[in-house]
Design a protein around this ligand. Structure first.
Ligand code: NAD
Length: 283
């Protein structure tokens, strides 16, 4: 598998051997990993992979039932927690809980996110606010809650923020979503510069279309409920057809952490898939 550094470091490529990921041996043994949005999709796969590599994982989601389901499927080294990443105070309480109960995490994956599709002229201020609150400020809140505690612990570590190929693929389908993801990229790059002195790496990951449930929660601007349902079904079919499994994004996240450099890994095929999504008829 090839990963291309899109933002940092120019056109360098690195190779990830498939057998580097998921191999037994506990490369993350003794390390605590926090994953938000871990009840489903990429977050769930990420928590599962880190745990498989020996880490303890905090599995956070706005939907506590799905967080519990993920934790149960992983086993006793997974700790579920219910939190809305857009709630700054709740995120601070969450970070306090993590530190008190399990210690300071070395790895934080700010993954929780929601979709919002539709033309700019159809998107309401309220819809903008929610997608900014979750996709951008949710990541800000995760970084604000954990970075100072990681710095104080003086153990280095890594923060991974999940952006999207949408961050650098302009489209008339996802203006608000793409804007939040582009902002997550620059937030990550800025933080990377600031946290380097503390030995904390920061990466942004930019997946293309990944086969997850995000299509179920994506809102559509400027259409009625019936049409929204139809579009959701159509998007869901397109996602499943692409069949880029969340496990592979999880592998990219592990790769970014172990590499401990600012990488924005994107597979060329993922980028292509995203471009194709733009032209899906009816979307
Ligand atoms: P998903 O819907 O399967 O999982 C997202 C999880 O986040 C869900 O369990 C949901 O309950 C949780 N969540 C939503 N809002 C939350 C909030 N306010 N607080 C806490 N948890 C919340 O979707 P996914 O595809 O796995 O998405 C994960 C991340 O990957 C998102 O940031 C998404 O934008 C990004 N991404 C997804 C794709 C894709 O094609 N699926 C592509 C690029 C980027």
């Amino acid at each position: 598998e090839e990963f291309v550094d899109h933002i940092a470091g120019g056109p360098t490529t690195r190779t990830l051997q498939q057998d580097q990921v998921g191999a037994p041996g506990g490369r993350f043994a003794g390390r605590l990993v926090v994953v938000t949005g871990a009840g489903s999709g990429i977050g769930r796969s990420t928590a599962t992979l880190f745990a498989g590599l020996g880490a303890e994982v905090v599995v956070a989601d706005i939907d506590i039932a799905s967080a519990r389901a993920t934790a149960e499927s992983i086993g006793p080294a997974a700790y579920p927690y219910g939190v809305d990443v857009s709630d700054e105070d709740a995120m601070d309480r969450f970070a306090d809980w993590v530190v008190d109960e399990h210690g300071v995490p070395e790895i934080v994956v700010n993954n929780a996110g929601i979709g919002l599709a539709g033309a700019f002229v159809d998107t309401s201020a309220k819809q903008w606010r929610r997608v900014v609150d979750v996709n951008l400020l949710g990541v800000v809140n995760g970084c604000r809650a954990f970075a100072p505690r990681m710095i104080a612990a003086r153990r280095g570590g890594h923060i991974v923020n999940i952006a999207s190929a949408a961050a650098f693929t302009p489209s008339d389908l996802l203006p608000a979503y793409s804007t939040t993801k582009a902002a997550v990229l620059m937030l990550s790059e800025s933080l990377r510069v600031e946290l380097a002195a503390a030995g904390i790496g920061v990466s942004a990951i930019c997946p293309g279309i990944v086969d997850t449930n995000i299509t179920n929660t994506t809102r559509y601007a400027g259409v009625d409920e019936l049409e929204e349902k139809r579009l959701r079904r159509q998007a869901s079919a397109a996602y499943h057809k692409r069949n880029f499994p969340p496990e592979r994004v999880a592998a990219q996240i592990v790769f970014a952490v172990e590499d401990n450099k600012a990488v924005v890994p994107v597979t060329p095929e993922a980028k292509l898939a995203h471009t194709a999504y733009r032209f899906t008829p009816g979307l």
